[in-house]
Design a protein around this ligand. Structure first.
Ligand code: 5CA
Length: 446
């Protein structure tokens, strides 16, 4: 992409309404624009990151054997009456009447609709286990939408639902989700810690939230500092193996890590004092096992091997897709702007032309631009007729992890400059070598 032809409405001023750094930076970097309270338009740069995050989620879900589908945002009230949640959900549910006067709603989650799909088609134990998921917009009429996309009213969620014959199988699905979520967040360059939590309106008392530690987080959390040393890394897991998934769950959840809803002071006090931590976190996902709550209410049964009709065991699993942008920025920024991890960056590399209009500089930039694209990467070439300082400020603000700076002086010696946004370190090297180095870096981030 050439910046002169892109739509990147960066703001010079710090927007007064934004209280936390991620919200400020998303507005300043031209990623989002508020449409109504808690409802945002995704401008091109923000939309690119949102798509990158979705790609990673899809890949990791499919790797775990989960199947994507798409359900509507607007749903009829009847199913929700059947489950009892039409009244129970309260003010957070946005209720709408259609022209016939029928009660409709904007889906805050989709346990009912997915259970209805399941009960309409699945009859036999041979057709389970089954896990279906979607990435779809949700609406919750939060009392206090705030912090930009962090607590929105309309927000993008990955929501997945497992259907299993037995509790044991459903717990395997739970563990499998925990493993796949660990992989998913790590690929985005995030450390998200699974913590014991509370079921809330979704139900079930077997549930973990995934928290990214951040001072601006809305949840208070209590944990043994040993949990922050754990990383999943690039290990390969057989998702069908009960033992392997169980093993990872035990490794990542046996140390104390809880949200305030489930915090137990007495148990916490048993941890050596130097390892006790009280901090704040951003909830970027939650997994639930709730047994037959929805299958009982909606009559979702299968015939088991003996011919008995039995309700299926279910769980649901959510990732806050749009919230993740906020969490990623809270965890990756400095006073100049965002610092995207390579896994989710909107463009792989910036090219800054220090002297637009200089024949040698222009040609070298065009060359780099073509070579990076040929290597399968997406560069952002700042080809505007602007001062170098303004170009650097924009690049630093939007946070591309790598920048190649091209100027007539360097070119005389056959070099360009490659700069890491995270460390600020620069090296001078031949243009081809810069392309090669960047290609190498992104080989690890497919
Ligand atoms: N049905 C289940 C799992 S699919 C469910 O709805 N779970 S949830 O309520 O925990 O939501 C899943 C994730 O969505 C949360 O972990 C959080 O990251 C995100 N989320 C929830 N509310 C909001 C909101 N108001 N704004 C942005 N993200 C949100």
């Amino acid at each position: 992409m050439r910046l002169s032809r892109y739509f990147l409405p960066v703001l010079k001023e710090t927007p007064a309404e934004a209280q936390i750094v991620s919200h400020r930076l998303m507005l300043r970097a031209g990623m989002i624009k508020q449409a109504s309270a808690g409802i945002y338009s995704w401008l091109p740069l923000g939309y690119r990151v949102l798509n990158r995050i979705q790609e990673i989620i899809h890949q990791e879900q499919e790797r775990a054997g989960h199947i994507p589908l798409l359900m509507p945002t607007i749903q009829g009230a009847d199913l929700w009456r059947e489950s009892g949640r039409y009244d129970a959900y309260g003010e957070e549910m946005l209720r709408i009447k259609d022209r016939q006067g029928r009660d409709m709603l904007f889906s805050p989650t989709a346990e009912e609709l997915i259970t209805d799909i399941f009960r309409s088609y699945v009859r036999s134990y041979k057709d389970v286990p089954l896990t279906l998921y979607q990435i779809q917009w949700k609406f919750r009429d939060e009392i206090r939408p705030r912090f930009g996309v962090m607590r929105g009213r309309e927000f993008l969620m990955k929501d997945g639902y497992n259907f299993d014959l037995t509790k044991e199988d459903a717990l395997h699905a739970y563990n499998r989700h925990l493993v796949s979520y660990l992989r998913t967040y790590e690929r985005m360059g995030l450390k998200a810690i699974p913590m014991r939590a509370d079921g809330g309106p979704i139900g079930g008392d077997y549930t973990h939230e995934f928290l990214v530690l951040a001072e601006t987080g809305e949840s208070e959390v209590f944990y043994d500092s040993a949990v922050t040393d754990l990383t999943f890394g690039d290990r390969v897991i057989n998702y069908d193996s009960v033992e392997e998934c169980q093993g990872v769950l035990e490794e990542f959840t046996s140390r104390y890590a809880r949200t305030d809803e489930t915090h137990d002071e007495a148990v916490f006090d048993g941890i050596p004092e130097e390892r006790r931590r009280v901090a704040r976190g951003i909830e970027v996902g939650q997994i639930f096992y709730f047994g037959t709550k929805y299958s009982d209410a909606l009559g979702a049964t299968v015939q088991d091997a003996e011919g008995n009709k039995v309700p299926v065991h279910m769980g649901s699993h959510g990732i806050g897709v749009s919230r993740l942008l906020g969490a990623l920025i809270e965890a990756n920024h400095d006073d100049k702007g965002i610092i995207w991890p390579e896994g989710v960056t909107p463009f792989h590399c910036g090219i800054v032309n220090l002297k637009q209009g200089d024949a040698a500089a222009d040609a070298a930039c065009e060359n780099l631009y073509d070579q990076l694209k040929t290597a399968g990467l997406e560069p952002l070439y700042d080809d505007r007729d602007e001062r170098a300082g303004a170009k650097f400020a924009t690049m630093d603000l939007i946070g591309l992890p790598w920048r190649i700076t091209v100027g007539p002086r360097g070119l005389k010696n056959g070099v360009v400059e490659l700069t890491s946004r995270r460390t600020g370190e620069s090296v001078e090297l031949a243009p081809e070598a810069a392309v090669q180095q960047i290609t190498e870096i992104y080989r690890k981030h497919p």
